[in-house]
Design a protein around this ligand. Sequence first.
Ligand SMILES: O=P(O)(O)OC[C@H]1O[C@H](OP(=O)(O)OP(=O)(O)O)[C@H](O)[C@@H]1O
Ligand SMILES: Nc1ncnc2[nH]cnc12
Length: 192
Amino acid sequence: MFNHDALPSEHALRYLKAHLRNVPDFPKPGILFKDITPLLADPRALHITLDLLAQRFVGEHVDVVVGVESRGFIFGGALSARLNAGFVPVRKPGKLPAATDRVAYALEYGTAELEMHKGSIRPGARVLIVDDLLATGGTASAAAELARKQGGEVAGFAFVVELDFLGGRALLAERAGDAAPVFSIVHFAAGE
Ligand SMILES: O=P(O)(O)OC[C@H]1O[C@H](OP(=O)(O)OP(=O)(O)O)[C@H](O)[C@@H]1O
Ligand SMILES: Nc1ncnc2[nH]cnc12
């Protein structure tokens, strides 16, 4: 374990921001892509990130972490172990081997569909939706819809990065209500 408790959180945030890379025009012209791979490659940044996510949700009685393909698998998988919760993958169509539930959703740069194995969530289970980044909220909202369809109760949403100017937080509040807190570690304004 790193002794980053000694770091004031502003320093931790600055450290994390320094390990995110802007890639202009990916995957389409006009999109400023936030690349998390430098953060993953740095053990200290990764530990700080997982500690902050775990600290926020450790008291929320999470039974299951739902991680969204592909980068949500990385943070969701690690976080589920820290929270003593199960892990359920939400994947792009055609990847999961058994029978699935499916929902369609809108992305910042297109439309897509997501699937979850049927029977993944025990009715009444408290579910934490985890992804690397919140943009328009379409992806996380779709994952929450899948969890609710199976009888899960959405206990919250956890992200490493939030693009504040794309309205994802408002969409999640509108669809999931105030009972499901939305937590993101690092926030960005437009063009930042
Ligand atoms: O809030 P939204 O507007 O829905 O956007 C956020 C989603 O977009 C990115 O995934 P992407 O679709 O690029 O897939 P990937 O993780 O497989 O690269 C990101 O990892 C989130 O899952
Ligand atoms: N600008 C962005 N950077 C990284 N992932 C994203 N997902 C949606 N918008 C994104």
